[in-house]
Design a protein around this ligand. Structure first.
Ligand code: AMP
Ligand code: MN
Ligand code: MN
Ligand code: MN
Length: 290
């Protein structure tokens, strides 16, 4: 694979214990640095409470940093994730939007627990809470950890397959932020919005086209091409999509945990040379060690 001139080992997607990762922001910064990452962003789900710690830890070890988050969105009755990069973390509208998006998680988690109880998995809400680092951010991942602990399943991917995806007993449909709002919160705070891991969504071609065109109409500018959630074939496919829609390309491991994630921080293929990386457009937003 050719290496673009603007190539750096950027990892712009991962999670800390402030959402559903298992490591603290400081430990992630150290791990990113040790793995050769040259530009890093922590992108917790619907939450920017870890940004200051991530930035301080990164800059202290000489690692350039971009602010980040991953917003849960409902589009065409499907959950889509929008990554925001390089925004002002003090922006009041962004903070309020993220807070509202987090708001429904507790009730949803109690409904998930009720669904699991009906198939004999008792006490899942309390069990999941043991793994939660941020009380506002209980996610399916925390339930998955509890079901592995209690040996209902061998690993978290088996839990998702059998219990936590649409049609399974622990799945509760949920309405997240609108695409328009998520993109606006990010861009009006000075950031750049990116469609996360597009290969994960089960859209028809028509729905996918609508996602990309509406995203761009709202001001979205990037798409993840190389991510821990994509196969090599997915990356090729979304390279074409990025070129077709004239989108900037992003790259990120989506690392959550040393025990669960198959892609470690910084350990993923380069972006194809034909693409323009998101970091070319975020130069002024990168925070650098002094
Ligand atoms: P939630 O925001 O509560 O719906 O949880 C979504 C999170 O669950 C994602 O960000 C992933 O961390 C995790 N997840 C989703 N699908 C899977 C899967 N098939 N296997 C493992 N983890 C998954
Ligand atoms: Mn997650
Ligand atoms: Mn995601
Ligand atoms: Mn993610």
């Amino acid at each position: 694979m050719n290496t673009p001139l603007s190539w750096i080992n950027a990892d712009l997607h991962c999670h800390s214990a402030v959402s559903d990762g298992t490591l603290q922001p400081e430990a992630l910064a150290a791990r990113a640095k040790a793995n050769g990452v040259e530009l890093w962003a922590l992108t917790d789900h619907d939450e920017i409470g870890g940004q200051q710690r991530a930035r301080d830890a990164a800059l202290a070890i000489g690692l350039p940093y971009l602010t980040g988050t991953e917003i849960s969105v409902t589009f065409a009755d499907t959950t889509v994730h929008i990554v925001g990069l390089g925004f002002d973390a003090d922006d009041a509208a962004l903070q309020a939007g993220l807070s509202a998006t987090r708001g429904g998680r507790r009730g949803r988690a109690m409904d998930m627990s009720d669904g699991l109880a009906k198939v004999g998995v008792k006490g899942a809400y309390e069990g999941a809470l043991k793994y939660v680092g941020n009380p506002e951010l209980i996610s399916r991942t925390h339930f998955a950890r509890f079901l592995v602990e209690t040996r209902v399943c061998a690993d978290t991917s088996e839990v998702f397959r059998k219990y936590l995806v649409e049609g399974k007993p622990g799945f509760v449909p949920h309405r997240w932020a609108s695409l328009r709002n998520a993109v606006n919160w990010i861009t009006q705070a000075g950031g750049l919005a990116v469609i996360a891991h597009p290969a994960r969504y089960k859209f028809t071609p028509t729905e996918e086209y609508a996602l990309f065109t509406e995203f761009i109409a709202h001001g979205g500018r990037g798409v993840e091409v190389v991510t821990g959630s994509h196969s090599a074939a997915d990356a090729i496919r979304y390279t074409d999509t990025a070129l077709e829609f004239d989108l900037l390309a992003s790259r990120g491991s989506d690392f959550h945990s040393p025990d669960e994630s198959h892609t470690d921080l910084g350990k993923l293929p380069a972006l194809p040379a034909r693409l323009t990386p998101v970091w070319d457009a975020l130069e002024a937003r990168i925070q650098r060690p002094s």
